[in-house]
Design a protein around this ligand. Structure first.
Ligand code: C6P
Length: 408
């Protein structure tokens, strides 16, 4: 059943009151970026209007306030994912930067020719290209866990690839196209038994379900603030502290050093050694406000709600003629890729927009997955806490309208 109380949350998001082409905005593009509640917007305004200064540098009042807010944000995020200490949270620009940091800072240092990096064909380019490049730089090989016919990773398929040459297993927790939920804890156990470390792309899971990094079995976890009601330009790399300590910095400059002379430099402690330059302070403060907002609503509730919407939408679209839906029927996250027969996904998205419905169309930065599906692109609807059953009705109506329009 839909959580009726959650639908009231729409009023927390000012943009959702904005009509589009004379229609109520039905925002079904949260996998690309979520809308922001007023409390997050207010937190950024408050930071810039009351506390703005650089962090970790000056000793004046504003600098101390800004530093406290920034470090409190780190603690808030650490609690949210169950990190064992706040220093395990590295602020980055987003999932992409976090994954590149692991590939450069950890993989480049430890991989040797012949070592294996295991990924899957469903990865977002951000969790594929950094590993392709790390493999090139180090002489390691990239291996793929093949998907089952509906786009899932089975443990048998994982077992067929993970072995004694595996050093890194890098997988998305939830696919941004198929809505597949991957069995990370079981795969992590397998990877650890083989002596490998596990890098989890949590871009589509951390916003949607309670996450505890210890239970997940990850060694590194990457996610983005903007996909969880937070600002753009702020994201997180969580890493097990000893692994972060062993990793090299990849961005050199201010505030990431311990001592510098003309020829050499030594590094600051974790996490500062990874945060060279002035960080996105207001972004971190906004992200902390987003985390508090999500916690107030309740991550279990959000998970039930978006899963329910994704699965309902899957069933409704699956039952429609002339519509293909992709990914497993159950379990299915709140992301749903589909195509309307004989209509290009960009045209689908255009008709939807004329009706006030925002979806994404394209390859979703997952071209190897499009090749696996045998399509060039898809349309995609994605749900979050502010969506309702009514929005699924609008989605179905918009598909009917699209079919009618192109039949003419
Ligand atoms: N996916 C989508 O519409 P950034 O852009 O760094 O915040 O996140 C990258 C990323 C990494 N992994 C997964 C699984 C993702 O879904 C994304 C972002 C958006 O699907 C934009 S391409």
């Amino acid at each position: 059943m839909m959580d009726v109380a959650l639908v009231d949350l729409k009023k927390d998001f000012p943009i959702l009151a904005r009509p589009i082409h004379g229609h109520r905005l039905v925002y079904l593009d949260s996998a690309a970026t979520t809308q922001k509640p007023q409390v997050v917007i207010d937190a950024e305004v408050d930071f810039y209007s009351q506390h703005n200064a650089n962090v970790l540098r000056s000793v004046h009042t504003l600098a101390e306030e800004a530093t406290t807010l920034f470090q409190n944000a780190r603690q808030t995020v650490a609690r949210f994912v169950g990190a064992s200490r706040p220093e395990e949270i590295v602020f980055t620009r987003g999932t992409t930067e976090s994954l590149n940091l692991v590939a450069r800072g950890f993989a480049d240092k430890f991989l040797k020719p012949g070592d294996e990096i295991v990924v899957s064909p469903m990865e977002h380019h951000s969790n594929l290209i950094p590993w392709q490049q790390a493999a090139r730089r180090t002489g390691a090989n990239l291996r793929f866990i093949e998907l089952d016919p509906v786009g899932q990773i089975t443990l048998e398929a994982a077992r067929a690839v993970i072995g004694d040459k595996t050093r890194i297993v890098a997988l998305s927790h939830v696919s941004n196209v198929l809505g597949t939920v991957n069995p990370i804890p079981e795969i992590a156990e397998m990877a650890h038994a083989a002596g490998a470390i596990v890098v989890v792309d949590g871009a589509q899971s951390v916003p949607h379900q309670p996450i505890n990094v210890a239970q997940l079995g990850a060694d590194f976890l990457a996610f983005s603030g903007h996909k969880m009601c937070g600002p753009t330009g702020i994201g997180v790399l969580w890493g097990r502290y000893p692994l972060l300590e062993e990793s090299d910095p990849v961005m050199y400059g201010g505030e990431m050093i311990s001592f510098v002379d003309r020829e050499t430099a030594t590094w600051a402690d974790v996490p500062e050694k990874f945060e060279g330059g002035t960080p996105n302070i207001a972004g971190a403060v906004g992200l902390a406000a987003a985390v508090r907002y999500l916690d107030d609503v309740g991550m279990e509730r959000i998970h039930r709600h978006t899963t329910n919407l994704g699965e309902q939408a899957f069933d409704r679209l699956h039952a429609m003629s002339g519509v293909s839906v992709y990914g497993p029927q159950r379990p299915h996250s709140g992301v749903l890729a589909f195509n309307v027969d004989q209509v290009h996904p960009h045209d689908v998205a255009q008709v939807f927009d004329s009706l006030g419905v925002a979806i994404r169309a394209g390859h979703h930065c997952a071209q190897p997955l499009m090749q696996w599906l045998g399509v060039g692109s898809t349309a995609r609807a994605s749900f979050y806490l502010y969506n309702s059953d009514q929005d699924i009705d609008v989605l179905v109506h918009a598909i009917e309208e699209t079919k009618r329009y192109f039949r003419r």
